[in-house]
Ligand binder design. Sequence first.
Ligand SMILES: Nc1ncnc2c1ncn2[C@@H]1O[C@H](COP(=O)(O)OP(=O)(O)OP(=O)(O)O)[C@@H](O)[C@H]1O
Ligand SMILES: [Mg+2]
Length: 769
Amino acid sequence: MNAHESALLEDLNPPQREAVLHIGGPLLVLSGAGSGKTRVITRRVAYLVKVHEVFPWRILAVTFTNKAAREMRERLVQLLGRQANDLVVSTFHSAAAMILRREAEHVGLTRSFVIYDDGDQLNVVKRAMREAGLEQSMQPRDILSRIDQEKNAARLPEDMEVEPGDERGMLVRKVYHAYQERLRAANAVDFGDLLLLLVSLFRKRPEVLENYRRRFHHVLVDEFQDTNPVQYALLKQLAPPPSANLVVVGDDDQSIYRWRGADVDNILNFPRQYPGAKVVKLEQNYRSDRNILDAAYEVIRKNTRRMDKKLWSDRPAGQTLQLMLNRDERMEAQEVARQILALQREGFIKFSSMAVFYRVNAQSRVLEEGLRLARVPYTLVSGRSFYDRAEVRDASAYLRLMVNPRSDADLLRIINTPARGIGDTTVERLTDHANTQAKSLFEVLSEPERVPALNSTAVKRLRTFHGLLKTLHDFAQGTTDAASAVDEMLRETKLVETLVAEGSDESNTRAENLREFLGAAQEFDLNRAAAAVAAASQPREEVPPEVDAAPLSADTPPLQAFLEQISLVGDADAEVGEGRVALMTLHAAKGLEFDAVFLTGLEDGVFPHSRALKGEDPDNGEEMAEERRLCYVGFTRARKRLFVSLAQCRSLFGELRYNPPSRFLRDVPPALFGISEQDVPEPPRAVATPPRKRTWDDDDGPRIDRSYSQTSDMDSVSGDVRGMRVRHEQFGVGRIVATDGTGPNAKVTVEFGGAVGLKRVIARFLMPG
Ligand SMILES: Nc1ncnc2c1ncn2[C@@H]1O[C@H](COP(=O)(O)OP(=O)(O)OP(=O)(O)O)[C@@H](O)[C@H]1O
Ligand SMILES: [Mg+2]
């Protein structure tokens, strides 16, 4: 063993080593959280380069978030130094975007295509519906989500399967068709297209695919359990069964993107798709203290359809989990902040090693307030928010028009921003005219006098606007960096000046954001320049003549590359600042680890999400299984300390709710919380009845569990009454199976005996049975 080899292998356990040493062909690493899957991927890449002398440009490593990709790249730079520059380490979407840009002309686009986000998509759907006279037929949002589903499933409009007589299906297909045409006309794609168009191009033009197969001899995928069919199709194209060097690692228990079409069966069936695949299981967890690991296992083992894999650990049992019972969400935020400060002071845990998770974004506002009041430094890990601000979106729309004037959605966004006296009627006439002429708005703007029914002032204003766009477009043709394009755009459009002139605090902040946007472009240029220098100074190996080994984005002009980066910023991408606590959704927490984790909102209806509580058999439903996996992901992010918190009542989405404690809490043995059986916030708990109606709060009925309400000074009570025996005048005795709402008018579903069966009744008509 030479020095490289031993350095790369020494801190791996035997199965990890086996995965790194695996000679070639398909390999599946399937194992629980924190067992070193991601470590295996990075080590294997380094080993291929250092020991097997595989050229770095032959390696494609993909993962799910930009943040994870960035971490992986940083790790590889440590292991490989400059050689890491030639690796392709990226997300599915950004790898696909880079390849699609190179092959744009094959799919009816130009290299300047822009990437539309949800907001743009919705506008395009609306326009497509309006044109087809289908405005009233269905909600545009519903249609859009159906279109997204089709794309995740790798189906173009013509591939959509619609049963005869399925009118909604036919409608969706029609709009989908019109929508795709509109995108093409605007030289735009949406997120789903990045993968779908590439997959269908590769299907139709095998010789194009062949170029990439010749290049990428090794494909590695992290978090494989979350691939959807279109992503899997792409993998199979690039690394075809049965024998390609495709390494996938993942954990079926951490599949949490079903709602985006992810299919957990992909990982379970991998050995069938790639017969002869080597399967490696990792069983040692290196991340979490044993109490945390045990709690996580107790939660996940309740899922019926899963591969059982219990992890072991030689870490200490560690401290017990801590249950935080709060009166309401404000107190929850305060308590989280208080505990964070105590951990930092007494537990010597750095702010940057702590995280607060929540199930839905709406919870973050109050948590943020709590942290701010207590002066806890934090970062909200939601990368989009900056680029989603109205003024930043306006600026991006101008930039996109600079490279692609055909982008109607962008043009409509800024046609009167800043205000230039172009009113709605004018815009309507302009779009009607463009539709009848089958031209882009930019094209018809060049001859505004031809637009019917416009007065001379309107014509004049449109002409001036066209002149502005033309100037910007021409400027973009000659520019060699992103920042000067942004600078020119801000100058010509007077976006900043207009805001400053408004003079309010609000508008000043928005002006600052635009300056920050310019700063982002400058930073982008610097990074790009540094990468170019690094690439140039590196000795290039002999590249076979038939292989294109250039960096995938080498030919992308800087402004386009900058815009692409903005478009692909995902929800989980914000850098967590130094010395700050990270605040994020559970979905964004995948793959990460922290010394201390706070999991908030452990209430039925919040987490598990209310959506999963609907339906006949909530405990076995697919949605509930997914919530459970999400809980497992949340628990297993923690190395040493895990706090779970809940509130007795909570305002969320503008309504006040009294949710029962989360069922996931009941799965964790009380000893792991360091409490005894009686102290668990368990049913029977009091029902949603105000105090003056003491029907269920008498001695026989359930009452408020004092341990649960210890922080409460409320006398109104609520809770989980499922399983409770009740009596109804007419239907007799039964058991509550579900509740909807709170208070005496809550609707309660009761399973009555005999022929009566399930009934939904109003709570106040029930008595304890
Ligand atoms: N053999 C090992 N010896 C020591 N530490 C290890 C070993 N393998 C992994 N680790 C450490 O354990 C932690 C978890 O590893 P890693 O993130 O690779 O796990 P994972 O399986 O990818 O987790 P997840 O399922 O959450 O994505 C990391 O801090 C990693 O450095
Ligand atoms: Mg991982």
